[in-house]
Write a protein that binds this ligand. Structure first.
Ligand code: GLY
Length: 591
């Protein structure tokens, strides 16, 4: 079954019609929509088991089908990739409430084809001014997870609405008004979304945590904390009102007045220190992307306060020393050097990375090919290196993918790679009363105490210590890849600490292993993050590969799948896209 937009008869199909068209599919639960096109195209070959969605003019790949169609509709109405990204992002705050958001933050990589400019927009949440270094410690002086993950102290000043506004002002097409980009989300919130199996099971699994806040419970559950079943309608009328204010007043509708006051009240009620001044003071930052090269390709990705771009480039620099194609995709030799590279990169991450507005981050050194050459000298092809440094990480029981990513390319070749998040699924689980805005718990990404792991087992140093007005370190890695100056790939993923290695493997699978984008997406993933000292793998590697890795001295552990990539690749004149089959409900669609 192809889900290309061309399957819809009326190219101006209103939102309601394509929602109805999608509902039958959604209720049937389609696991691998993005990889479902059986149509043979020049972008895949008869030996491929997975085939991308193909379209000539524009494409949207996101983790939620209705939001994908919202973005595609904007492209068809003459909007550019940035317009479509804003509409998709707002829609996802309604349709994928566990990660899409108004109350969180993220990063957007933008490429404008005409000017050949790539821009990095940082709309990461900030710590309120009252935040201080020891605020997540308990009376015993040790990190208190309750404070950093489930209390008002965990909530960062949201960046999403201001970020989208900044993107619109700098790179929007001007063909569509801001209000037109917010309108689909208003309609979805006001008239309701059809609950998918994915949304239903996700809400059911989090009822205990979300049910603790009456404001959240009232929106997402029926009386008695009964979850909505697939096919039922979920309306978010408070959220619709907030979105309407944003449509009318721009970001002032969120950061000033009634909504801002309600957010500050809720955070304070939950023990946090956020004020209306913190909200009024929030501003996103345009940053210089991190750039590197890999086997003749240019890699352009997110700079600090994300660690993603710096470490993707660092790992690629290390891996360039090895003949990965000759080793073979997911061979023991390839996984061994990937793990060794990852181990070294994540060790650096723990010490050097943080908010560049508060600490000097040695990005040039981390991404230097000379530094990579030095690291390569320390890698033994015949034996794993033990991760002996700082305090050992404790694997913590947070295994799901909480963030979300979408990629968009328009007919002019402009591209957006956007990753945004509430941190955990549904963030801190608290909703600012009367606003419908779920709040994040992003400040757990700070290092509560140097050397102590966060929820992803990531260890941080003083560069990532808590400070008022500072942004917590992230792994989000929205990435663009170019060949000879031409856009080749737009990609990214959720997945906490695994975002970096997941995004990296899409790049390796395309560049080294020559896979089409659907094959690159479906291939089993591996991950090493220094601590815990293990190669985490998905199912699908052969027993003799695992045995060989163990002989090399690695501990190999099969765990849950990693990531949910949403990627678009330019192949000749066509766009080929793939949504990750690991998560239900994703959709890549083009026109
Ligand atoms: N909250 C996950 C990240 O930003 O990496």
């Amino acid at each position: 079954m192809s889900l290309r937009k061309t399957d819809w008869k009326d190219p101006m199909t209103p939102l309601k019609q394509f929602r109805a068209a999608l509902s039958a599919l959604l209720l049937g639960g389609f696991a691998a929509v993005g990889a479902a096109s059986a149509q043979e195209t020049p972008v895949s070959s008869p030996t491929d088991r997975f085939h991308p969605v193909v379209a000539p003019n524009g494409m949207v790949a996101s983790q939620e089908a209705v939001a994908t169609m919202v973005g595609l509709d904007i492209l068809e109405r003459g909007g550019n990739a940035v317009d479509a990204a804003i509409a998709t992002g707002f829609a996802m705050a309604v349709t994928l409430p566990r990660a899409g958001n108004l109350g969180g933050g993220g990063f957007m990589m933008i490429h404008m084809a005409e000017s050949r400019l790539s821009d990095a927009l940082d709309y990461r949440e900030k710590a309120p001014a009252a935040a201080h270094r020891d605020m997540f410690l308990g009376e015993d002086g040790e990190p208190d997870n309750q404070k950093s993950r489930f209390s008002g102290l965990a909530i960062g000043v949201p960046g999403t609405v201001a970020g989208f506004e900044a993107a619109y002002e700098r790179h929007g097409s001007g063909e569509l008004t801001w209000a037109q980009l917010v309108a689909p989300a208003i309609e979805l919130a006001e008239n309701g979304i059809e609950v998918t199996p994915d949304l239903s099971s996700s809400l059911a699994s989090r009822a205990e945590r979300l049910g603790k806040d009456p404001a959240t419970a009232e929106i997402f559950y029926k009386p008695g904390l009964r979850p909505y079943s697939p096919g039922e309608t979920l309306r978010q009328t408070d959220l619709a009102r907030t979105l309407r204010l944003i449509a009318e007043k721009g970001s002032a509708g969120f950061y000033e007045g009634d909504v801002a006051r309600k957010i500050a009240d809720k955070v304070q009620e939950a023990g946090g220190g956020m004020t209306v001044e913190d909200l009024a003071d929030y501003s996103p930052v345009w940053r210089q992307p991190v750039a590197g090269s890999y086997r003749g390709h240019e890699i352009v990705s997110m700079p600090p306060p994300s660690s993603g771009g710096a470490h993707i480039v660092q790992i690629l620099n290390i891996l360039e020393a090895y003949p990965l194609r000759e080793f073979g995709a997911n061979s023991a030799d390839a996984i061994h050097v990937m793990a060794e590279a990852g181990r070294r990169a994540y060790a650096d991450r723990s010490k050097y990375l943080g908010d560049p507005d508060f600490a000097d981050i040695p990005v040039d050194g981390i991404t230097s090919p000379y530094y990579a050459a030095e690291l390569v000298r320390g890698i033994d092809r015949t034996m794993a290196t033990a991760s002996t440094a700082v305090s050992p990480g404790n694997p913590l029981p947070y295994e799901s993918d909480e963030t979300t990513h979408f990629s968009i390319v328009d007919r002019d070749g402009n591209a957006v790679s956007n990753t945004y998040t509430l941190n955990f699924l549904y963030g801190v689980g608290l909703t600012a009363d009367g606003t419908g805005v779920l709040l994040n718990n992003e400040l757990d990404d700070f290092s509560a105490k140097p050397g102590s792991p966060n929820a992803y087992g990531l260890i941080g140093g003083t560069a990532n210590a808590v400070e008022g007005g500072k942004r917590p370190l992230s792994s989000m890695s929205p990435t663009l890849v170019f060949r000879d100056g031409e856009l080749l790939l737009v990609t990214g993923s959720p997945g906490g600490s695994r975002i970096i290695t997941t995004t990296l493997q899409i790049i390796l699978n395309v560049i080294d292993h020559g896979m089409n984008i659907a094959e690159a997406t479906a291939a089993p993933r591996v991950h090493h993050q220094w601590h815990p000292d293990e190669i985490r793998i998905e199912e699908g590697l052969s027993p003799d590969t695992i045995r060989r890795l163990e002989e090399l001295g690695h501990k190999v552990v099969v765990k849950n799948t990693m990531g949910s990539t949403q990627s678009i690749m330019k192949v000749g004149d066509m766009l080929a896209g793939a949504s990750d089959p690991r998560r239900r409900g994703s959709l890549t669609a083009g026109h």
